[in-house]
Design a protein around this ligand. Structure first.
Ligand code: PHE
Length: 373
């Protein structure tokens, strides 16, 4: 009669040993009867098959059925028996001259299965736009500089020719860091309202001539709506050398706009004011949505408010008062001159991709962002 695993009533060590002995005797008897490979396979399946093999029954009838306090001993016994069964099967296989080791077979890793795909993500549309702007200027020989988002009053205002208590500071809707009152004004911390402080930080470090672009985050106390956000981005530019003129400013920015928006866009400068540039200007580009006509078919063009022009950046010639703050590093306003500009990549991305709500860029809804991947 073929061996079957008995249900145990008694889980004591002695009873276990006795039951194990019977099992091992059966194992020996059956393996001794093996002569051909086919016998071995039957033998293997009888003992090792997941479904109803002797080992599986051992698990179910002995281990699982064991009372709590006997579980540990039964577990050890079952494991020991498992090893003995596996060894017997291996030995029997060699004897029968059979196929590759069953354990190798079952442990095999199928390397032809496809791997687990890793999603690598994609550039955010604003970052993508910033990188495009930066690379236009890198191609002109500009290098990239960065600076801290938490900035001092000195770099954000004072050294940019915003005198203390000057009303020009009010235009910047500044978010101040709390608890700074005990410090001198110039050391008090705030969230930078523009990337212009990095102009000063860079001129302190690097002697003229310099040509740099400064991408980064800025903050202003603007409630969020379709075209405003308390956090947004800027790309700043600064070129200082001997004999830099407003003509260089116009030529450089005109080239950059054509590189960004297509060779047919036109640029237009109109006077403006910034404390750190003199003269200052706002630059417009001809609307690349309607081609400058202000109309789209029978309707007015919305992005340019039917004017045919889109305001894209602020710029100007570096004010000599700014050079005063870095004159010890070679910025003598009688010898060098420069231009600076700052633009908002968030707005440019809105226009470029025809998105009508700035908030979509910052809500991180994957369904929105995926469209730019
Ligand atoms: N910093 C200015 C702003 O944020 C932009 C600007 C930069 C203007 C450089 C002139 C020169 O509005």
């Amino acid at each position: 009669m073929a061996y079957t695993v008995p249900k145990l009533k008694d889980f004591s060590a002695a009873a276990l040993d006795k039951a194990a002995e019977k099992l091992l005797a059966a194992l020996e008897r059956e393996s001794a009867e093996i002569t051909a490979e086919a016998d071995w396979k039957t033998f293997r399946d009888r003992w090792m098959a997941r479904k109803n093999g002797v080992l599986t029954q051992l698990n179910d009838l002995w281990l699982k059925a064991a009372p709590k306090d006997a579980k540990r001993d039964v577990g050890q016994k079952v494991n020991e028996l498992k090893r003995q069964v596996e060894d017997a099967i291996e030995a029997a296989q060699k004897k029968s001259g059979g196929a590759p080791l069953s354990r190798l077979e079952s442990d095999r890793v199928d390397i032809s299965l496809p791997g687990i795909p890793r999603k690598i993500g994609a550039e955010h549309p604003v970052i993508k736009t910033m990188n495009e702007i930066v690379s236009v200027f890198r191609n002109l020989g500009y290098s990239v500089q960065e600076g801290p988002v938490v900035e001092t009053d000195y770099y954000n205002f004072e050294a940019l020719n915003f005198p203390l208590n000057h009303p020009a500071r009010d235009t910047q809707d500044t978010l101040f860091i709390a608890g700074q009152e005990s410090k001198p004004q110039s050391e008090r911390l705030l969230l930078r309202t523009h990337t212009s402080p990095v102009q000063i930080r860079t001129m302190e470090k690097i002697k003229p001539p310099i040509r740099i672009v400064i991408p980064g985050k800025v903050h202003r106390n603007d409630p969020p709506d379709a075209s405003h956000s308390p956090m947004f981005h800027q790309v700043e530019g600064l070129a200082v050398d001997t004999n830099i003129t407003f003509g260089d400013l116009k030529g450089t920015l005109d080239h950059a706009m054509k590189a960004l928006f297509g060779s047919s866009v036109k640029t237009h400068f109109r006077p403006s004011f910034f404390p750190f540039t003199e003269p200052s200007a706002e630059m417009m580009v001809s609307c690349f949505i309607c081609g400058g006509s202000g109309r789209r078919g029978s309707e007015g063009c919305r992005p340019c408010k039917q004017t045919g022009w889109i305001e894209i950046l602020g710029c100007g010639m570096v004010d000599p008062n700014v050079f005063e703050f870095v004159k010890d590093n070679g910025y003598d306003s009688r010898k060098v001159s420069g231009f600076a500009f700052g633009m908002g990549p968030d707005r440019i991305a809105l226009l470029k991709y025809g998105v009508d709500d700035l908030q979509l860029f910052f809500q991180n809804d994957i369904r929105f962002l995926r469209q730019f991947a």
